[in-house]
Design a protein around this ligand. Structure first.
Ligand code: SAH
Length: 355
């Protein structure tokens, strides 16, 4: 393999980051995370049992089907406008394929627009949804037609900033290095003014996370939904912040790893602050429902009836369907850790499950 073809253990990124830090000093965590994830996703398909992690649509077709039917129901009650399906970070395209198949059964056949930066995953997505169009952000998505939008485990991959409380007040967490060993340090500049007053006196060592990238995407999306009509279902591992807590984590081969090791070779995520996302959408005059837990959402959308129907159609697989349903909904599994919000244009109907 030539260097440009190599995927695992590519030496280029750690060395590039180390060189940048040696020359210009420690870099913000957001820059480290952005560079690491761009390389990580560009060079592999990380999903599934043999990859690094498994997502809800890869657990069961029911996830994508129920999300697709929820959007279809909104579209129907909004008097069936011309519509476009937009998905952020579609992974293998599984959720989209399941959602679009469910939409098709009730006569909704939107154009498909994927927001995806990874060439490797774009190829996978093209196998699942051949007539999709791709963009790196919303700018290229047509400005007409109502937008039916999905983002599952997308926002958690966007870079975060961390602020850390030190003996000298709040500082930004930067990434320094020795050779190619990376480690977090506190920067020199004070950040006390940007800390919400009720959190300022947190104990030394406390960490507060923000994601300017997530807020920027949410604002741009809400603006388009308000202008064009439509709705977005956003599902992710998350909390209602701002709150103290270090949620940066690395996963490799389904195991937790040190987030500062092997940049570009493991998945870096941070929990999503849904209260801040909701505020960003409302700042653009969008209507926000939730957050609710993933379990609550899927039960409200009818996962139990869907499990029964699929089980009746294939009794030999009934136990498996039940196990998949429990994995998506169960409190010990994904049901409570994952949360969902729905963002709609003003005047659009109330989404099912939020009445
Ligand atoms: N939604 C899928 C995949 C989640 S993994 C699922 O649920 O299975 C995160 C996805 O977001 C991948 O497709 C990754 O390539 C994409 N992604 C990560 N950062 C991105 C960015 N800044 N812009 C566009 N896509 C991004």
């Amino acid at each position: 393999m030539t260097e440009s073809e190599s995927t695992s253990a590519d030496p280029a990124l750690p060395e590039r980051l180390a060189r940048a830090i040696t020359l210009a000093g420690p870099i913000p965590l957001s820059q480290f995370m952005g560079a690491a994830n761009a390389h990580y996703y560009a060079t592999r398909d990380p999903l599934g049992a043999r990859g690094d992690f498994t997502t809800a649509p890869e657990v069961s077709q029911m996830f994508g089907e129920l999300i697709g039917l929820a959007l279809t129901d909104l579209w129907h009650r909004a008097d069936r406008p011309d519509a476009r399906y937009v998905e952020f970070g579609p992974g293998r395209g599984t959720l989209a394929a399941d959602a679009l198949r469910a939409m098709g059964t009730v006569g909704l056949d939107p154009s498909v627009h994927f927001i995806e930066t990874s060439p490797t995953l774009r190829e996978k997505q093209a196998e699942a949804v051949p007539d999709a169009e791709w963009n790196v952000d919303l700018v290229g998505v047509p400005e007409d037609g109502a937008l039916l939008v999905v983002a599952n485990e997308f926002f958690d991959a966007l870079p975060i900033r961390q602020l850390v409380k030190t003996g000298d007040g709040w500082r930004e967490r930067l990434v320094a290095c020795q050779d190619t060993l990376f480690l977090p340090i506190a920067g020199d500049r004070g950040f006390d003014q940007v800390i919400p007053p009720h959190l300022r006196d947190a104990p030394i060592g406390s960490i507060l996370e923000t994601s300017p990238a997530a807020v920027a995407v949410m604002r741009a999306l809400a603006k388009r939904i308000v202008a064009q009509g439509g709705a977005a279902i956003i599902v992710d591992y998350g909390y209602e912040g701002p709150a103290i807590g270090d949620t940066l984590q690395a996963v490799r081969g389904h195991e937790y790893a040190n987030p500062f090791e092997n940049p570009g070779e493991q998945d870096l995520t941070a929990h999503v602050d849904f209260a801040t996302l909701a505020e960003a959408a409302r700042a653009e005059d969008a209507v926000v429902y939730g957050p609710v837990t993933q379990g609550e959402l899927l039960v409200a959308l009818g996962i139990d009836a869907r499990t029964d129907a699929l089980s009746a159609a294939a009794p030999e697989r009934a136990d498996m369907m039940r196990a998949d349903r429990d994995r998506l909904v169960g409190a010990q599994a994904m049901g409570e850790l994952f949360k969902a919000i729905v963002v709609t244009a003003p005047g659009w109907p109330v989404p099912a499950g939020f009445a």
